[in-house]
Design a protein around this ligand. Structure first.
Ligand code: GLU
Length: 429
């Protein structure tokens, strides 16, 4: 299969290793080759279905008008409504949103839930915005992309720097336009307004479940296992908490403000309380302070990158000591680093499996909203566990069958499912 030339206009804004869409494509290409994907489908699956760019003007508290840029990319909707988060961040680019939308497509297919993949982002720095300004940006962005949103077409969720509050504004804006309440248009909402119990913790819980499975495969358990967590937000903090409860020792954690280390184990409960009160780890004195880079390379058995893309690269991969990497973030490892980790024999739980707990419970939320019947938290957690354990097993079986690394195995399972749906549906032209 020869590779068609793809023109990517904003490719030059990234170094090759840092371009998230390239990173996704490199793995997709590998899987497509092993699947012997026919050339037509290969071309279809390399391209996003729809890319939307909007300008978001708002009146700031200062009285000045500011115009933000927003994106929404629907990568593939063959298996169901597009599904994916919205991030508010200064680093958001169209290339990044495209990659994240593709990852959502593979993620939903991997855990076999009936969704396609999408992602959205607004280029802004929420830490410098008032609550009122954030609300205006959210509502104007929602109304600008309202044609594509809907429980049957595209369903957003929280991502970097967005939360339940933001989802509530999206739900309200959409519902006001539709003239009736539509809870299923967005997931990750407050529980009181149609959110699911267990959704907030789902991504971190998923990390815990697949790490437990990986440890068992290597003949280990959480007891006596040292874990380093890069990123102490919704994913990293919950994962650290649940793993500590299961008997692991959390030796390092970091967020934007600082990086903390204690080889004997950090008190996760105390850190959670600290962050709840101060919104950052910075200032905590009952641990050694290390550099952000050192969190990735400390002595530990499990490393959890749970922040953003491209933290594990060809530069630091050779120095990583962990036996297992559980990718709580999307795209934390570059394709070049993959090869180094594979040579070192590191067991990588790839992002589209490791952090799929979030979208799995988003699926449960969407089902509950549409049925108007809500489950207790145990039911949510039990069903999440069943899906992730099954998916972990499917990735392991595929890795064995093709003698490939876990990441490529997970892409094979996912791409094959999406391709299978395209074959069944045929081409409408
Ligand atoms: N933003 C999360 C992710 O990257 C959740 C997406 C969702 O629940 O739709 O998986």
């Amino acid at each position: 299969m020869s590779e068609p030339a793809i023109i990517r206009p904003d490719k030059q804004t990234f170094l090759a290793e840092e371009n998230p869409f390239e990173a996704m494509m490199e793995r997709f290409d590998h899987a497509a080759k092993l699947l012997n994907l026919d050339r037509g489908l290969y071309k279809v699956l390399r391209n996003p279905e729809k890319q939307i760019i909007v300008s978001i003007p708002i009146l700031r508290d200062s009285g000045e008008v500011e115009v933000f840029t927003g994106y929404r990319v629907l990568y593939n909707t063959s298996r169901g409504p597009a599904k994916g988060g919205i991030r508010f961040d200064l680093n958001v680019t169209l290339e990044e949103v495209k990659a994240l939308a593709a990852w959502m497509t593979w993620k939903c297919a991997l855990v076999n839930i009936p969704f396609g993949g999408s992602k959205g982002g607004v280029v802004c720095d929420p830490s410098t915005m008032s609550m009122g300004e954030l609300e205006k940006v959210t509502r104007r962005y929602t109304s600008s992309i309202i044609e594509i949103l809907g429980p049957d077409s595209d369903v957003p969720a929280p991502d970097v720097n967005t939360n339940e509050r933001v989802m509530a504004w999206i739900m309200d804006t959409y519902s006001m336009h539709k003239r009736h309440t539509v809870t299923a248009v967005v997931t990750g909402k407050p529980v009181e307004m149609g959110g699911s119990l267990g959704r907030r913790e789902a991504t971190g819980r998923g990390c815990m479940i697949v790490t437990r499975e990986a440890l068992a495969k290597l003949g280990m358990s959480f007891k006596g296992t040292r874990i380093a967590v890069q990123g102490f937000g919704n994913v990293g903090s919950v994962a650290a908490d649940l793993m500590a409860q299961a008997g692991a020792t959390i030796v390092a954690v970091s967020d934007k403000s600082t990086a903390l280390y204690n080889p004997k184990g950090l008190d996760v409960q105390e850190l959670l309380k600290w962050v709840k009160e101060r919104r950052q780890l910075g200032g905590y004195t009952k641990a050694e302070t290390i550099s952000h880079e050192q969190v990735l390379t400390v002595d530990c058995e499990v490393l959890i990158p749970a922040a953003t893309e491209n933290v594990i690269t060809r530069k630091n991969a050779p120095h990583i000591k962990a036996k297992i990497i559980c990718e709580g973030a999307n795209g934390p490892t570059s394709a070049a680093a993959d090869k180094i980790l594979e040579d070192k024999g590191v067991f990588v739980i790839p992002d589209i499996l490791a952090n799929a707990g979030g979208v799995t419970v988003s699926y449960f939320e969407w089902v509950q909203d549409r049925g108007g019947y809500f489950w207790d938290e145990d039911t949510v957690n039990r069903r999440l566990e069943a899906i992730l354990v099954r998916s972990f097993g499917e990735v392991m079986a595929m890795a064995e069958k093709h003698k490939v690394a876990n990441r490529i195995a997970s892409y094979i399972v996912a791409v094959d499912r999406v391709a299978g749906m395209h074959r069944l549906r045929g081409m409408y032209a």
